[in-house]
Design a protein around this ligand. Structure first.
Ligand SMILES: [Zn+2]
Length: 545
């Protein structure tokens, strides 16, 4: 036991309950079960996922929480639709015929098995409307019923005040591109792929888009087609549109004062999809608050239970156990729930524990939750998300990207100080990690939300542990080798679960609900954006997940 731990153990009153009660060894027991081969990688809509959700519900009951799902159950059914674009799908621009997978990939967000569209193409640059940065690619153009053509990413910047500098803002994500195209009334949206703007090659786009996509069952308007063109195919389209090149189009898109223009060609397609319903569920339990005046309000703890299931085509080990990602977060949530339920004096507001489905399919469980909240979003104080913890010992720092955007920031810093944790900036702001876990749908809906992530500065064996951490990321992230081992050290999960319990306790007892600070669009204000090169800015943006 290190000096820090010893000192904390001596003054529990300073830290509130939970600090001695939450046990890393109990987290271990949950992780060992959830990540076992028996659970088949906790796939969505298959047996492994059903087993995992039954286990989580049973453990919430054992912990002393009450059911908080629909109709007095532990579950919130999440209706998803699997949409898989089939061979035979066509995409054309004038006389040019694009080939599925070689030249284009995409899906029909309408979730219709036989989708067809044809519309004038309009080039809209990066497809961004960002008044706070004085940038509007849709200014002076009406794209209603049109096919918009655009680049992912955002205008390159080294100035933190302009599109976050090196950090990726949400405007740069491909998800934003399709959402904004739909808001503008477009019928279809096609991203021109380049490796620098996407941050990865065409194979990555093709692999992640060439398979079945899980989406929340459609309600309301949707694009007929959301897709990508390879750079080579994009070159043919650019040439047909007045003899331009992809580079020329990108240069225009990157230029301040860019104006969208008609490309002088119609783009049309017939998109054939295999469409099927997939039933899955979030798991929810609650510990009621002690103050009747505010007990209807809640702090939410979230962690996704799903992982990638079984890959029948893989060689060797085919089970994606997802031990770190995210059996660890689930185990920590169960421990926090238990400590909360056993506390003699409960915090004033309630604590809702939600295990989210289908995070790996694009945050679908949390997206669904935000549409159908179990507690009204206006009565939700703060969402603390737990996703992926490493079993290599205690760290001295945490990454709480997005916490600085809340009215709770001073208290968060205070709790971190009490726990002797340094708050580190997002190590890779250009990757937009803030947009890639279950807190994000909440933040997007205006609810204060962030993930409690461990940093990489270790208390003991700093260098060796940091190396193991890095290696695990490279070798086991989203691989069958993300497996539980008996020699894992759960002290870090124990400590961060205690820290998370203290954060939630503080928010649950606060005078007022935590709120988002007004209009703060830069996801990372902590990061001292070093003047990154254009390339760094462009790196790794807009990954599928
Ligand atoms: Zn995860």
């Amino acid at each position: 036991m290190g000096k820090v731990l010893l000192r904390l153990a001596l003054c529990p009153a300073l830290l509130g309950w939970g600090q001695t009660d939450i046990s890393g060894e109990r987290v271990r027991a949950h992780v060992k079960f959830l990540a076992s081969d028996l659970l088949e990688g906790r796939g969505v809509g298959v047996r492994g996922g059903e087993l995992a959700t039954e286990y989580l519900a049973a453990q919430l009951a054992v912990a002393g929480a009450k059911p908080a799902g629909v109709n007095g159950s532990w579950f919130q059914p999440v209706a998803l639709v699997g949409v898989h674009t089939q061979p035979g799908s066509q995409l054309k621009a004038g006389a040019i015929d694009f080939q599925l997978l070689t030249d284009f990939v995409g899906t029909a967000p309408t979730q219709i098995a036989q989708e067809a569209f044809e519309a004038d193409a309009v080039f809209v640059g990066h497809g961004i409307s960002a008044p706070e940065f004085g940038w509007d690619d849709y200014a002076d153009v009406n794209v209603k019923g049109k096919t918009v053509v655009l680049f992912t990413g955002e205008p390159p910047s080294e100035d933190p005040a302009f599109f976050g500098g090196r950090a990726l803002t949400y405007y740069g994500r491909w998800t934003y591109k399709y959402e904004q195209a739909l808001r503008q009334g477009a019928v279809a949206a096609i991203i021109l792929h380049t490796t620098p703007t996407a941050g990865y090659g065409w194979e990555v786009v093709r692999n992640s888009w060439g398979r079945e996509e899980f989406a929340v069952k459609r309600s309301g308007d949707a694009l007929a087609f959301a897709g990508w063109l390879s750079q080579e195919a994009a070159g043919r389209l650019a040439n047909a549109a007045g003899g331009k090149t992809v580079d020329e189009l990108l240069r225009l898109a990157d230029t301040r004062g860019f104006r969208a223009f008609a490309m002088g060609v119609k783009i049309g397609g017939k998109i054939i999809s295999k469409v099927r319903d997939i039933a899955t569920r979030n798991v929810a339990g609650i510990v009621h608050g002690s103050d009747t005046a505010v007990a209807a309000e809640a702090v939410i703890y979230s962690a996704h239970w799903d992982h990638l299931g079984i890959n029948d085509r893989a060689e060797g080990d085919r089970i994606y156990n997802g031990a770190v990602d995210n059996a660890t977060g689930c185990g920590m949530l169960l421990e926090i729930a238990r400590a909360w339920a056993e506390a003699k004096v409960k915090p004033r507001r309630s604590a809702l524990f939600v295990f989210m489905a289908a995070e790996e399919s694009g945050l679908r469980g949390s997206e669904y939750y935000v549409r159908q909240p179990l507690i009204p979003l206006g009565q939700t104080s703060l969402v603390l998300n737990f996703d992926s913890y490493f079993p290599f010992g205690r760290v001295k720092d945490v990454v709480l990207t997005g916490a600085e955007r809340t009215t709770f920031w001073a208290q968060i810093q205070d709790v971190a100080r009490r726990y002797e944790l340094t708050i580190s900036p997002d190590p890779r702001p250009e990757q937009g990690s803030f947009f890639r876990s279950d807190h994000f749908p909440f933040a997007k809906a205006g609810v204060p939300a962030f993930s409690v992530n461990g940093g990489s500065t270790f208390v003991a064996n700093a260098e060796a542990s940091a190396t193991r951490l890095k290696e695990y990321g490279v070798q086991s992230y989203h691989q069958p080798s993300d497996e539980y081992r008996d020699d894992w050290d759960f002290s870090n999960m124990e400590y961060l679960a205690r820290f998370g319990a203290a954060l939630g306790q503080e928010a649950a007892n606060a005078d007022a609900l935590v709120r988002l600070l007004p209009v703060e669009t830069k996801p990372v204000t902590l990061a001292k954006a070093k003047a990154g090169k254009k390339k760094a800015k462009r790196a790794a943006r807009g990954r599928r997940k």
